[in-house]
Design a protein around this ligand. Structure first.
Ligand SMILES: [Zn+2]
Length: 289
């Protein structure tokens, strides 16, 4: 409580107001980027229904929180028998498929979502580095910022200055297996976190079960980081729409775009993929809606 008040007092001070206006003018060109990334983070965490739970705070202000993202919850939990639990420990992904992907009719849509998740996690990792670079650029203006602000509210501080917050925890999809003994005395559980590698493995397992789309499956590549890198190299790290490149703008976020979108039947094949900068990708995205 006391600590929160101290933090807020700083944000309401003239000192911080001055700093914020200095940063606003410095960051005018980066602001739109940070907004774009914030939107992306929200839409990805919404894709799988992972919830971000804010730390309770009694103080109401514009931001309504001190620590923006405290913990995340994933609603995917399976209560299973002792024998299933033991098998799931040995073959976690097979049991994720059994427990959480039991309806084959939904696979195409689910595969599409998982595919999008892998791609966006990669993009966000690159965006995170760019945001770190932007933060480095303004460090010289931050020498007067009290230590206790950075120690206690680093994310909140930067988010007030207009930086996007990428909290990986809120983006991780995880599947939980839980077993409770008859008497209810013993409870055991474990979590299968979906890293990029495990998501790719999961997609492959789901596709293997979809025999009817064998043709599309053969044609399709998986959007691995290797493939993304290949497309960027092929396109010379240059946006295929506006011609901007990382040699012109070192902190430019490049994304891989499906020329014909996956939702319209576009495949993940090299001639349907192109490099776009985030600005062009953003305006393409809004045109499609
Ligand atoms: Zn562009």
């Amino acid at each position: 409580m006391d600590r929160n008040n101290r933090i807020l007092e700083y944000y309401y001070s003239e000192e911080f107001t001055r700093l914020k206006s200095t940063c606003d003018s410095l960051m005018s060109s980066q602001k739109e980027f940070n907004e774009y990334i914030d939107e992306k983070v929200k839409s990805i965490s919404g894709l799988f229904g992972t919830n971000i739970v804010r730390e309770d705070t009694v103080i109401e202000d514009e931001y309504n929180y001190i620590h923006p993202y405290k913990k995340s919850l994933t609603p995917f939990t399976a209560e299973v028998s002792a024998s299933v639990f033991a098998s799931a420990e040995n073959y976690p992904l097979d049991y994720v498929v059994k427990q959480f992907y039991s309806n084959k009719a939904l696979y195409p849509e689910q595969i599409q979502k998982l595919q999008l998740l892998v791609e966006e996690l990669e993009t966000l990792r690159e965006a995170k580095q760019i945001i770190e670079n932007q933060k480095t650029e303004i460090q010289q203006y931050l020498s007067e910022v009290p230590d206790f602000i950075i120690e206690n509210d680093e994310d909140g501080f930067y988010s007030r200055l207009g930086f996007a917050t990428i909290n990986e925890k809120s983006l991780v999809v995880a599947y939980k297996f839980s077993y409770t003994s008859n008497a209810g005395y013993a409870q055991r559980s474990f979590i299968v976190p979906m890293t990029e590698e495990t998501i790719v493995e999961l997609i492959q397992k789901l596709e293997d079960k979809l025999t009817f789309s064998a043709f599309a499956k053969e044609q399709r590549l998986l959007m691995t980081s290797k493939l993304r890198q290949e497309i960027k190299e092929r396109d010379n790290f240059t946006c295929q729409a506006c011609g901007n490149s990382i040699s012109k703008e070192p902190n430019l976020l490049l994304e891989i775009d499906h020329k014909v979108p996956v939702s319209k039947g576009g495949l993940t094949v090299k001639n349907n993929l192109q490099t776009l900068c985030w600005r062009c990708n953003r305006s393409k995205g809004s045109k499609l809606i």
